[in-house]
Design a protein around this ligand. Sequence first.
Ligand code: MG
Length: 311
Amino acid sequence: MTNIVLQLSTEEMAKVQSYYASDRVERNAPGVIFAAKLADTAITVYKSGKVMFQGAGAARESARFGTGNPAAKSVSSAKGDALPENFANLSVIGSDETGTGDYFGPVTVAAVYVPADKIELVRELGVKDSKQLIDDYMRKIAPDLMKVCMHSVLTLRNDKYNTLQAKGYSQGKIKAMMHNQALKHVLHKLSPERPDYILIDQFAERGIYYNHIKNEKEIVRENVLFSTKAENLHVAVATASILARYAFLKEMDRLAGTIGFPLQKGASGKVDEMAARILAKHGEAVLKSITKWHFANTEKAKTLLHKKNRD
Ligand code: MG
């Protein structure tokens, strides 16, 4: 899928509107003066003179009116789709995941809807770029955010993760399925209202993402945009990353309760040592039930333990 943005004059904007008059659709998003939908392309005309062509037919349709303005394509150093003008102020469902690089604990995904009229409130509750937020702060603000924002948070526990992984599911596929699921849940809760856009914090190219979920019964496609660093582009993604982290921390707390001490995050040498200790004390089945078993840490922990037993 492609996104092409043209910057057009008033006269040219009028041409676009008359050309697609019979395909017009209602879109009450701020800043939007006209929207049309073809089988393979969505066309959106903004007050600013930007016209966005989105979908498989974007190149064909936009070529009728001009060539893309590269200056209008990106608003930050983030890689991904061109975002419409004023994107940060639109009503958006954002999604993000966490835990994928941690040997211990689950993969969690959250999708959160922040409508235009709640953006200020959510900022007021303390949402910033979550990479700058520390865990304790996220634990504090997440419950309020969940009260205020429509959301879906999914926690894939280690046993289920390991089963899927053993069946040949890549981590990319697991993540894509979870994002799709969480987005679907929020869309269902929201229905018949619709967001202006859905923004996924990009972990895979659009084509790869959709290939991962091609066999799903319901695939969320409409108005879906992808970008890296998406938590800087809309507060909905920043909120999603906080809720995903909160769910991750809660599951880590639960696992700490079963093992008797807090588990090391990440996948470093410290993790190997902790895993070796757990292996020695509780055995393989228990270690497997709290880890992403296919990580290299498993073999490293076994090696550490054998060494220790030899010494
Ligand atoms: Mg992310």
